[in-house]
Design a protein around this ligand. Sequence first.
Ligand SMILES: [Zn+2]
Length: 108
Amino acid sequence: MWRGALNRCPICGEGKVFKGFLRVVDRCEVCQAPLGRLRADDAPPYFTIFLVGHLLVPPIFWLERAQEPPFWFYLLVGLPLFAILTTLLLRPVKGATVGLMVRLGLEG
Ligand SMILES: [Zn+2]
């Protein structure tokens, strides 16, 4: 999973998992593992939303109770923060999911 999160082939650790932002390569360029046969589908976005929600919702609840910021604060700071963090984490989470699927033998 760690190798996949770092965009490294979960099997050999040398080749890349992705071509582009989220498209998984058909075959590892080093060990020829058929990574393109692994279909993560909706699992990476689900895990990413779950993770980002658990990272950001508690501080936002705390901020709401402690400071009661105006609504525009959530529009200008909260929503972009959710969007940026989700975008940054989606690729490593998908790579880790591909690594987990390799480990569990879940091929399409
Ligand atoms: Zn490989």
